[in-house]
Write a protein that binds this ligand. Sequence first.
Ligand code: ADP
Ligand code: MG
Length: 790
Amino acid sequence: PASAPPAAASTLARPPAKPAVFIPVNRTPEMQEERLKLPILAEEQAIMEAVAEHPIVIVCGETGSGKTTQVPQFLYEAGYSSDDSIIGITEPRRVAAVAMSQRVAKEMNLSQRVVSYQIRYEGNVTEETRIKFMTDGVLLKEIQKDFLLPKYKVVLIDEAHERSVYTDILIGLLSRIVALRAKRHVPLKLLIMSATLRVEDFTRNQRLFPQPPPVIKVESRQFPVTVHFNKRTPLEDYSGECFRKVCKIHRMLPPGGILVFLTGQAEVHALCRRLRRAFPHTRRRPPEKEDREDSVEELRKFKKSRTRAKRALVAALPQISLDSYSVLPAGEGDEDREAEMDEEEEVALGSDLDLDLGDEGEDGGEQPDASLPLHVLPLYSLLAPEKQAQVFQPPPEGTRLCVVATNVAETSLTIPGIKYVVDCGKVKKRHYDRVTGVSSFRVTWVSQASADQRAGRAGRTEPGHCYRLYSSAVFGDFEQFPPPEITRRPVEDLILQMKALNIEKVINFPFPTPPSVEALVAAEELLIALGALHAPQKTESMKQLQRSRLSCPITALGRTMATFPVAPRYAKMLALSRQHGCLPYAITIVAAMTVRELFEELDRPAASDDELAGLKAKRARVAQMKRIWAGQGASLKLGDIMVLLGAVGACEYSGCSPQFCEANGLRYKAMVEIRRLRGQLTTAVNTVCPEAGLFVDPKMQPPSESQVTYLRQIVVAGLGDHLARRVQSEDLLDDTWKNAYKTPLLDDPVFIHPSSVLFRELPEFVVYQEIVETTKMYMKGSRAGGQLLA
Ligand code: ADP
Ligand code: MG
């Protein structure tokens, strides 16, 4: 090796250029046999030779070919974790990081002390860890701590085809880290693993990799999959359609697992419950006497609560006995029971009932058939790890496996024994509004590439079938590939993270696909306004200004902000609130402002007069509660933010009970989410500032008058550019400007939403979270409740 690296560099041990060691692994014979069936085993030598000769290697292979589970093992055996170094693998999803670490530990017959995982606030990494699965965000944080990643001899970026923002950034960063480590003669190997062959963004990108890395293709044994399109135009109620399809497959088609793709956790649970009820594992024993009385009582109540509509419907369909929709599941907890009851109501009132029943009728009018057990399992990102692991177990003897999943099952996880895929064709994606910068989750059609990936899940072990719940014409209109996430969203959070890494000239950063210059400039401008970046010096020309705009260094405040897991605006609010005991309030406000839709939608059309009366009464109740929560005098200056604080506080006093939420028009799920986020933010604040010694006190006292004043300043500091001023009477252009506000960016009048407590107050200045256009331009926080501030 040539000259020594500068002393400032990390403490890097200098390993031999090519690890020559062979570390034996003591696998069980069964496991070894199972491994040998994987297509990637045939490529072991090719991959290891490429890794030995090149700093960067791309491995492409169909999902299930063995990339994630096997490549780390190849590297381990070849000694890439000797000398106390670690083989690091990043996953865009937490569920994959956890599941894959468990699987690899099991295959290698090693404990989770050696093959471990780390996700944001959780992990089992020890001194002994040699293979570490982590989310891409975790590795990014490690790069912030030590840019050269001295602990690693090799880093694998998994699921690169997903093009998640953090994966893209990591690839850009690692291209530089690999070069720096080479200069210091302590090489770092980078492996990029992708499920598709579409890797040109990596290989044909001179800036990213001046020498295109070799691509190793893994041939996979894929059995033919017959794709069946729906004839009908796509249905709104795809969950109901999935249910019907699974019933049909289970009753009529030969053995083989079923995998259903839905878009979200709630849908997954609802379908699981419906399927379990339709095909129970065991016939229900008559309940014990006491139980029976209980459930008879509940059944009676439930029947009473049925609407006339349902009675008429059920009467018209005598082949469905009432009881088959009303029996409570045996042995489940109260919570589940409650959920079950809720869902019953939904099933009863929703339009999907008649659809299902109609179709069941076509199938011969069978009643759910309890003699054919279906082993129904949910799978989604936030599912507890031990529950996730269940999908990999063989189903109980004599049952058929049915996994109801979100798109985590599309490429991240391969479930054994799937022969039938039911694809709703939709995916839930974060949607970012370029104008307001506010994000929301929307359900959209998947891309053709994703739909084909999903279909491919059916042909892993034998020829399979994929049922698409949409027509081939609709498929023809799908995008070919999903656009990389980085091109679809504002990037201020990313830019802040990169600046925290001392990457000042983001315009020069080797993004696999760069965001637009406008998006970069907008991000820097916002960050400068928030005080996270130093403003550029005054320069002569616009061009120069723009260039310097894209190279502003981070401030100390910016560094603190970069450590909070929320968007920079809200991070700024947190960073400012360590005064006068404001932190717990600021944390609650930020949590409540970043969760979607705190209040239930009460403006929805009602199906009956009864329902309409109910909605009206509830609207009145919510309006009254909002006035109470908003308080009087000084606290009113916090406007709807005071309402948020009041609502969260009151809900916590009730023990965060679903009944309380229901009675007061609050979304129970949002309240649970806020509670979780408050915990996370408190941990983050304590990490930056241990002397704050914060803990989550659910039952906060309302803020004092002076605290209200500070909180107001704090919120304005984050939302200062979202300011609107009331149009003065002398400026009134015409009637359309009555009670209107003016913002710097829009020519049109904007208004305070009627749901805001400031609707009648009409203060001179307000700040808003977003502007939503319905009948007028309304300033709002979330769809059902404005968050404004006097
Ligand atoms: P890839 O990363 O190429 O998509 P994986 O390495 O994830 O492939 O999977 C390889 C094989 O290992 C698949 O056939 C899959 O079914 C199997 N597998 C993965 N995880 C588990 C598990 N936890 N239990 C049983 N089999 C598993
Ligand atoms: Mg994989």
